[in-house]
Write a protein that binds this ligand. Structure first.
Ligand SMILES: NC(=O)c1ccc[n+]([C@@H]2O[C@H](COP(=O)([O-])OP(=O)(O)OC[C@H]3O[C@@H](n4cnc5c(N)ncnc54)[C@H](O)[C@@H]3O)[C@@H](O)[C@H]2O)c1
Length: 321
């Protein structure tokens, strides 16, 4: 047994199933974290293009100084294989990244359950299909869950960890630890809601954007401009709750009092009646105050501004290139 930094899975490997855009990106994430990776792609034509894609993406990461070793060392830890059994034979963790089809995920997880070592957690990158739908009838369902990444995961660190009610606590814990060790930011989604959280938030914004374009309020390009040069720029430093918390003297409770009725009217216009009740506001405000006591509010506003200054300087420099 070795505690060699170059082999964090201690002789075992990570299996990535499906060599499409997400599978290749996950292979990079795990190999970059010094795991040995076996990447399974059944389609011969796709297999022949994967090596070129890996080299190109890792080459770019290296050129942007985002790797702490040569790209070639990382590529060297990734083995491309045609067969599923070969991919999972010595796997400590399996990340499935096959197409988003329920029949396919069902068949694949039945096979993975049969082929992968019993200790291995089996995770799907599924964007919408829950583990309850593809794994409920399988004997090894306790080791199955969803790990839904942002695209590409080697640049967007967040990964939604979505267990089914039958997923074991030990598997949830080891999966979160593995993802954290690979430089990702796992977020536990407590219920298997459709679209999880990432796509529900994206969907809320997109639904309104479509309505505004339909009503000729704004052009498609200008919606993107408002997000890119406004909301999104700030969201790359702080999320939507922290944004309104820092935008209003007195924090998020004051924001809800001042702006809540207007937001409710806008929701009603779209047939959505989800008022921010006093109990809900209290719950949200309590979580924010635990994260940021009001006596540190001004200090955090100054921090946000400095982070934005750094980003704005970076954008300016990029434009000048
Ligand atoms: N693309 C995104 O933005 C994104 C983001 C997060 C999650 N996801 C999810 O990740 C998964 C993969 O998405 P993608 O965009 O990489 O899809 P993709 O279509 O680009 O790639 C899927 C790959 O799986 C291969 N494949 C087909 N059948 C297979 C099988 N039986 N076993 C193994 N591999 C098989 C295909 O040949 C293909 O190369 C989907 O569930 C998707 O919903 C996608």
């Amino acid at each position: 047994m070795t505690s060699d930094r170059s082999d964090p899975t201690q002789g075992k490997s990570i299996a990535v199933i499906g060599g499409g855009s997400i599978g290749v990106a996950f292979a990079i994430v795990f190999a970059r974290a010094r795991h040995r990776v076996r990447l399974n792609e059944p389609d011969a034509a796709r297999r022949s293009s994967v090596a070129g894609i890996l080299h190109a993406q890792l080459g770019d990461l290296e050129a942007y100084d985002l790797l702490d070793e040569p790209a070639s060392s990382i590529v060297g830890r990734i083995t491309l294989v045609a067969s599923l059994s070969e991919a999972v034979a010595e796997a400590a963790y399996v990340q499935e990244c096959a197409p988003e089809r329920l029949d396919l995920k069902r068949t694949l997880f039945a096979e993975l359950d049969r082929l992968a070592p019993r200790q291995a957690a089996l995770a799907s990158a599924s964007s919408a299909i829950t583990a309850s739908t593809f794994a409920a009838d399988l004997p090894g369902r306790g080791r199955m869950l969803v790990v839904h990444p942002g695209n590409p995961p080697f640049l967007l660190p967040v990964a939604e960890v979505v267990p089914a009610p039958f997923t074991s606590e030990a598997v949830i814990a080891s999966t979160r630890a593995l993802l954290t060790g690979a430089g990702l930011t796992p977020v536990l989604v407590r219920k298997e809601v459709e679209g999880f959280v990432f796509n529900r938030l994206q969907g809320a914004l997109l639904r309104e954007a479509y309505c505004l374009v339909r009503e000729n309020v704004v052009s498609v390009e200008d919606v993107d401009r408002i997000v890119r040069d406004g909301l999104g720029l700030r969201w790359s430093v702080i999320g939507p709750f922290e944004t309104v918390d820092l935008n209003t003297l007195g924090g998020i409770a004051s924001h809800a009092e001042i702006m809540g009725p207007a937001y409710q009217r806008m929701g009603m216009e779209r047939g959505q009646n989800d008022p921010w009740t006093p109990e809900l506001i209290e719950r949200v405000a309590a979580q924010r105050r635990a994260l940021l006591p009001l006596d540190r509010w001004a200090e955090r506003v100054a921090w946000r501004d400095r982070r934005l200054m750094s980003l704005v300087r970076h954008r300016k420099a990029e434009l000048e290139v």
